[in-house]
Write a protein that binds this ligand. Structure first.
Ligand SMILES: Cc1cc2nc3c(=O)[nH]c(=O)nc-3n(C[C@H](O)[C@H](O)[C@H](O)COP(=O)(O)OP(=O)(O)OC[C@H]3O[C@@H](n4cnc5c(N)ncnc54)[C@H](O)[C@@H]3O)c2cc1C
Length: 310
């Protein structure tokens, strides 16, 4: 089948790779490519966060965890590395349903929990170094015969191919007239200092994280819904530093080497569904919020199943 994937973020590239593996012909059409997509700004750690619906998300996340863990083991040039992190909470909550699906999960002892928090867990998860992973994914697609074309798509019915996979993220607001999708603005700081272990508070209202990569540590964050601003804001930088210092007092501000902003494609629920447009199947795969990397392979597998059924 001739498949056209619209969008070259992590969702589009993962779908392209899976469809090529299944023997389809694939062209990726996109107005922007790495390093100019939201996916390139992702921190990025595997963690089902700021996304829904819960049941489907858990299944997609579990599949993605296994695939990323395999890449960390078998393809070190992919930029995927397994790391340990600690999530801190201000109240005792039910343990996450995915705790048995990952390599390591344990509840923290009281002495391991910073001031201001009462509960938490340690977990092992893939860290995906996006500045390495995105080019790696693209070359994987190219090496299997996939092609790329730069174009802005204003009408899905005008795209060539037997079937279209719509992975445009926030672009769906314009392309599909989908008013449910809106930005969740995320600002991060890059720091040339290693915290050893990742520290997290992933409640949307207090969002804080330190994600150690092999080159820098990514500090965050913000989740400003409906905010389209791509400027780096001094007040956000200061707020992020103060939140991170509460979890990691050894942070050295003189080691800051950069900042970035990205707009998460936030939606009440991920839209992964097939529909017919102008007599041709279109599979939508967008709206992954703060977990597009975390869900990427699970969603790509589901897209491949829908293509096979169509
Ligand atoms: C600061 C920050 C930290 C994050 N941290 C994490 C994390 O730790 N873990 C995690 O899993 N996720 C994280 N995310 C979320 C993650 O980045 C997104 O969920 C993910 O990148 C979405 O990928 P996507 O491919 O669907 O969209 P995008 O990366 O936005 O790609 C969309 C593509 O579609 C193209 N496009 C759009 N409209 C059109 C059009 N009309 N015609 C042609 N092409 C079009 C764009 O050019 C682009 O290539 C983070 C995000 C931010 C901003």
């Amino acid at each position: 089948m001739r498949c056209t994937v619209v969008g070259a973020g992590v969702s589009g590239l993962s779908c392209a790779a899976r469809l090529l593996e299944e023997g389809h012909e694939v062209e990726v059409v996109s107005d922007r490519f790495s390093p100019d997509t939201v996916s390139d700004v992702a921190a990025a750690i595997w963690y089902p966060f700021l996304t829904a619906p819960a049941k489907r998300v858990e299944a997609w996340a579990t599949v993605t965890y296994s695939e990323l863990e395999r890449l960390a083991r078998e393809a070190p040039d992919s930029g995927v590395v397994m790391r340990d992190g600690r999530e801190y909470l201000r109240e005792v909550v039910e343990l996450p349903s995915w705790k048995d699906d990952i390599a390591l999960f344990r509840v923290l002892e009281a002495v391991e929990i910073p001031q201001g928090y009462v509960f938490g867990w340690e977990f092992r998860a893939p860290v995906i170094e996006m500045h390495r992973y995105m080019p790696w994914l693209r070359s994987k697609v190219e090496s299997m015969g996939g092609s790329f074309r730069q174009a802005f798509v204003s009408d899905l019915s005008e795209v060539p191919g037997d079937i279209v996979i719509n992975c445009v993220g926030l672009g769906a607001r314009e392309l599909c007239g989908d008013e449910e999708i809106r930005p969740s603005r995320g600002q991060v700081i890059l720091l040339d200092q290693d915290p050893g272990i990742g520290h997290f508070d992933q409640q949307p209202e207090s969002l804080t994280y330190t994600i150690p990569r092999s080159d820098v540590t990514v500090l965050g964050g913000t989740s400003q819904i409906g905010d389209w601003g791509l400027d780096i804001r001094a007040e956000d930088t200061e707020a992020i530093l103060q939140k991170v210092e509460a979890l990691w007092p050894d942070l050295d501000r003189s080691k800051i080497v950069g900042s970035a902003v990205g707009l998460r494609p936030s939606r009440t629920e991920v839209r992964l569904v097939a529909e017919t447009i102008s007599g041709r199947p279109v599979i939508h795969n967008y709206g992954h919020g703060g977990a597009g990397v975390t869900l990427s392979w699970g969603c790509a597998d589901e897209v491949a199943r829908l293509v096979a059924q169509s």
